[in-house]
Design a protein around this ligand. Structure first.
Ligand SMILES: Cc1cc2nc3c(=O)[nH]c(=O)nc-3n(C[C@H](O)[C@H](O)[C@H](O)COP(=O)(O)OP(=O)(O)OC[C@H]3O[C@@H](n4cnc5c(N)ncnc54)[C@H](O)[C@@H]3O)c2cc1C
Length: 404
């Protein structure tokens, strides 16, 4: 038996992970925290700060070093997301859309030529990427997607359709599209009417690619841009197709797993910050001649939040430890951890507002922003209901998992 097993901290299992956390925590307190309130208020994406993440090796956190990345694992991804979301989940969502939805996907599924050509640009921050799966009429029901691609006689692909809700779809208020879009499109239909899906790497200047509308007035995650993307006879050359036509279901499923860990880790950062805020406030605030932490009802808010935070932390890092980024196969727990952690974060942020009374309800005290941001985590990357559906389906196939 490994004599060290009792000393392992799931959230910082190696020295390298602990150093990464320390580095990012100091970056967050110096550079992310001071801008968070303003960028949320004005619904702006902080492009300059985003590109700086490239200098720290964070944009290609899970990309092999040969291609300009940091060569780290799912635990490292969770660490970065947790720490960024402690201060600014909206900024972290833009990071997740780039680093996990686009860059990680290319690193694990692209050809050597595509990786050599594109990864150094997206790892450094020269290019900003997005991933486009959802459509105006199809979200959870993703295999119903209507965006289609047809092979032209000259060997190029012609894409038509619209994608909706795309984080980083536009990188500014001038409708400048992402430099590169990981696009899922239908290239055929199977006998059950479901889409056969192919991935296209659509670059900013390819003809027929544009931003439709930028989506304003979101409840939360306002420091990230969300846009509709339009593909109007968009021409994509064959070297920008990932894998063979119709083979992308596996990319999509595999990458959804890391997305879900990433979103659950964001929830963890929200929970930790909210708990920290309510715990401090409960000692500072007095009512009826007493610190409010002496009231039983406040103790319930803090006590339950601590227990849920600790449970989230264990589940997030246990799932990350068991997830190999180059394979799919951890759907049960990636769905499970996102299902649990996102609602727990929303509830903990809600309790923080309650403990802090009127102060909790205004921007300066942060927790109202975290509460607004947390709601997206119950929708994006799979709704709560889709996780419930997947878990129930998987447990029917693998009932032995329960008694393992
Ligand atoms: C801020 C933001 C950023 C986003 N970023 C991206 C991005 O970068 N890229 C991208 O591709 N997408 C992105 N999305 C889209 C997101 O993934 C979808 O919103 C999500 O998958 C849900 O799809 P929908 O909104 O179409 O809702 P629908 O799928 O229409 O769901 C509506 C309701 O019906 C329920 N429902 C649907 N099917 C079932 C079922 N079988 N059983 C039970 N209930 C069901 C859902 O759970 C939900 O409650 C983003 C969304 C937002 C809001």
């Amino acid at each position: 038996m490994d004599s060290d097993w009792q000393s392992i901290d799931l959230a910082n299992p190696t020295e390298e992970h602990a150093m990464l956390r320390k580095m990012i925590r100091s970056f967050v307190s110096e550079e992310v925290e001071p801008q968070a309130l303003e960028y949320d208020k004005f619904e702006k994406f902080n492009q300059e700060l985003f590109r700086k993440l490239g200098d720290y090796g964070l944009l290609g956190i899970s990309v092999p070093e040969d291609y300009g990345g940091s060569g780290m694992d799912a635990t490292a991804v969770a660490i970065v997301n947790e720490e960024l979301s402690y201060s600014d989940p909206g900024f972290c969502l833009a990071y997740l859309a780039h680093a996990q939805l686009m860059v990680n996907n290319l690193a694990h599924n692209g050809s050597d030529e595509q990786k050599s050509r594109i990864l150094p640009k997206v790892c450094s921050g020269e290019w900003i990427g997005c991933m486009a799966m959802s459509e105006p009429g199809y979200g959870t029901d993703v295999l119903g997607m209507q965006t289609s691609a047809e092979l032209n006689s000259d060997g190029n692909w012609v894409i038509n359709g619209r994608k909706m809700w795309i984080t980083n779809g536009s990188i500014d208020d001038e409708s400048t599209p992402a430099d590169i879009c990981w696009l899922y499109a239908r290239t055929g239909t199977d006998s059950k009417g479901r889409a056969q899906i192919t991935t296209f790497l659509v670059e900013k200047d390819m003809p027929g690619f544009s931003v439709g509308q930028k989506i304003y007035d979101k409840t939360g995650m306002r420091a990230s841009n969300t846009a509709e993307l339009v593909f109007d006879n968009c021409i994509v050359p064959p070297e920008n197709v990932v894998g063979g036509p119709g083979e992308s279901m596996i990319h999509m499923m595999r990458n959804l797993e890391i997305e879900r860990i990433g979103l659950a880790a964001m929830a963890l950062g929200i929970a930790r910050r909210s708990l920290d805020a309510m715990n401090r406030y409960a000692s500072e605030r007095e009512a009826f001649g007493n610190e409010i932490r002496n009231f039983g009802q406040i103790q319930r808010h803090i006590g339950e939040s601590w227990a849920e935070y600790r449970a989230m932390r264990s589940y997030v890092y246990d799932t990350a430890r068991n997830t190999d980024l180059s394979k799919s196969g951890n759907r049960l727990d990636t769905d499970g951890v996102k299902l649990y952690a996102t609602t727990a974060a929303k509830n903990i942020a809600d309790r923080a507002i309650q403990v802090m009374g009127g102060y909790g309800y205004v921007g300066e005290y942060v927790v109202e922003r975290l509460w607004r941001d947390s709601k997206l985590l119950e929708i994006g990357g799979g709704t709560l209901e889709s996780h419930q559906k997947n878990i129930t389906r998987d447990l029917a196939k693998m009932p032995e998992k329960i008694n393992e």
